[in-house]
Every structure is written in C-alpha cells, then in structure tokens.
Design a protein around this ligand. Sequence first.
Ligand SMILES: Cc1ncc(COP(=O)(O)O)c(C=O)c1O
Length: 417
Amino acid sequence: MNDRLAILGGEPAVKIAYPEWPVHDEREVEAVAEVVRSGHWGGYPYPGPRTTAFLQKFLEFQGGEYAIMAANGTVTMEIALRAAGIGWGDEVIVPAYTFQATAAAPMAAGAIPVIVDIDPNTYCIDPQAIEAAITPRTRAIIPVHVGSLMADMDAIMAIAERHNLIVVEDCAHVHGMQWRGRGAGTIGHFGSFSLQSSKILTSGEGGILICKTKELADAATSVVNCGRPAAGHDAVTIMGANFRSSELHAALASAQLERLPAQTRQREAMVGYMDEALSEIPGVRVFRPDPRITRRSVYLYIFAIDPAVWGVDHHAVCAALEAEGLDASTGYPPMHRYDLFQPQLTRLPVPMAHPERFDFAAMNLPVATEAYEREAVWLPEAVFRAGKEGVDQAVAAIRKVYEQRAALAEAAALRSR
Ligand SMILES: Cc1ncc(COP(=O)(O)O)c(C=O)c1O
C-alpha cells in the first residue's frame, strides 16, 4: 500500500534530497587561502582588517552603525552584558524556550537568569511575563527571535524604557530579519548573532554583536580583547577575556555574506506558501508572522500539532516524518528542564549563591513545557531553499502522517506496552 507510513515499512513520501548546508565554492576556498598567504590569521591586533571589512558589510545588510566580532554567539551576549556594566547579583530576564546559551551568558557574567514563559502564538518571550518578573534588581532582557519569527520588539522596548533596562536581542536564528523595516538586532541596545555551522550565516564558528552606540561598542571591544581599550595603547583597563574571532573566520563569513541576501529571498518566498499549505491540515497550528515583520528570514520553521487531534504527541510525529525523509525534530527543552543549571550538579557560582532562584520545580512555564513535551515540530531551512518542490514534498509527508495517524497511534501504543 502506497500510503503506508515509512516508519511501518512503507515508501518514504519525500523523493528528493534536501540541499546540504553550508554551501561553498571556490570563493570561500580562495578567501581562506588569501588569509593563509597573508600570514595574518588570528584576531590580534583586534579587530583585523578583514574583520572590520566584514562587519561593515554585515551592517550594510542588517542595519545598525557599530558592531564587533567574537568567537561565537554565546560570548557575544556575555560581552554585551559586561559592556553594559551588568554583573553579580543583577537579574536578566530570558525566555524559557531557547538554547541554553541565552541563560548561560548572564550566568557567565555573574548575573541571575530569570526564566519566563513564551507567547503561544510565536514561541518567543511573552511581554506580559517580562513585566511580571521585573524586580528592583532587574537590569536587562534578552528576547530571543525563534525560528522564523520575532519577539514583539515594540512591547519589549516600551517595557525596557519604562524600567530603564538594557535589551540584548538574541538573533542567533534571524540574520536578515526585519521588524517594521529595521533589522533584527538593531532595535535593542545590542543584537547578538551566531555564525555557528548550522546558522543561516556561518563561518563555522563566530559571533557578531551589533551595538547601539559608540560607547557600548568601545566597551564591548575592550571586553572581547582581554580588557584592552578600544583605541590607543595596549594597557589592560577592564576585566575582559580573549573572546576574539580570527581573520580566517572573517574571510569565510564575508564570502558567505555575499550569498545571504539571495538565500533570504529564496526562503522568504517559500515560507508563506508553507504557512498556507499547512494551515489546511487539521490539528496543525501555524504561527502566522506578525505583520510588523517586514522581511522574514528562516532558520527553522516551527509549527505545533494538537496531540488530541493526532492521537500521538510530537515525538511520534517527528519519528514518522524522519522516516518519510523529512528532517523534523521536537526542539528545545524548556530552560527549567536543563540539568545544567541545577546548583548541586554544576557548582557554578551564580546558582550556588542564589539556589532559591534555580528552584525549577517551583517554576510555572506551561507554554514552553507544552511546546517541549507535546506539540512543537521543527523543520530545517533546507526545506525552503529547495524551492516549491521542497515545500510540496514536506507538506506531502506531513499530510501523509496526519492521514495515517491511527496506524501511528496504534504502533506507538504497542511499543509502549
Ligand atoms: C537561540 C540561540 N542563542 C544562542 C546560540 C549560541 O550561539 P553559538 O553556538 O554561536 O555560541 C544559539 C545556537 O547555537 C541559539 O540557537
């Protein structure tokens, strides 16, 4: 039978191979070879000429006036907080649904991550939850723009202004994204981007921090470069570390950046088509983009299934989609499920000093928990880079699993016996 699920021995629905990531040709090879021949490989003196040139080009694409480059998109957030003078005992509000880096960065700076729930319509931080978590010790908010959507930056900036808070946008997923015509990462005081190998702009490893003012950029430059002042002599004046990236990374990132505008357009052209097609499948919740998103980038495409309609949760659905040839995953655990932050396990200074702030059993984060435990399905950017056929095949696989959900539920029930 043609429509038998691949996980139960049928033919996979996806008949194409999705394109590999990252893509490269001789341009990347030559860019790196040129750095090797120059003898100027590293990040010192900081910033090197290729790093400066790359950052200029990135700002032209993303917006903003000042930026620094660093080793990855985790330390960029730590650097931002340190540059803003945020440290021991300060509170930084972060969403429950994100990679651990968003909470690890404040901890590395000595601050307490205060974990709040997400909006069920975007899986991004819920502004009302931010407001409810503010105390006299709150100093910053780190909204994360998740997948192919953005947190409500208008609401977040209004809260930040009212309470005099620093906003560090975690833009690890959203190079190219725009909110009311402004680049993600240029609305808050800082915008932090990851260039890690899966990201939609990559140099293998690396990070970019867009800074709102020259003062913040100078402070960030010192932190990234072992505390040396941004200009002039070599004396170490503030506490920093070697967070630098290399000229090799900048050269590779520059070559990749030339591809990014066309890749962004290609994915954006297909993502609305996916929204329409999926919204016709019962029990699928499509996250419609906020109309204030004026250019949409796609690192991950996330939708939610209703387990009551499908008869199974997202674990069974993703396993079935994987067998159909679609690289689907269930996504992040909510932050309070990361053992990483348990004081007794990590013995890190921040949880050891404030164990009451890491009492995860006491945290009530129903939206992030539901996303993690039952409903979220993530699809990779390659589905959109493969054009209409890529989306059509993905939708066919999802529809097939939906139509065969009774067989899937039966198999799942048998397995759990
Ligand atoms: C939301 C988010 N923030 C931060 C990071 C950290 O970036 P990096 O791996 O470059 O440290 C990642 C992923 O890697 C991420 O997905």
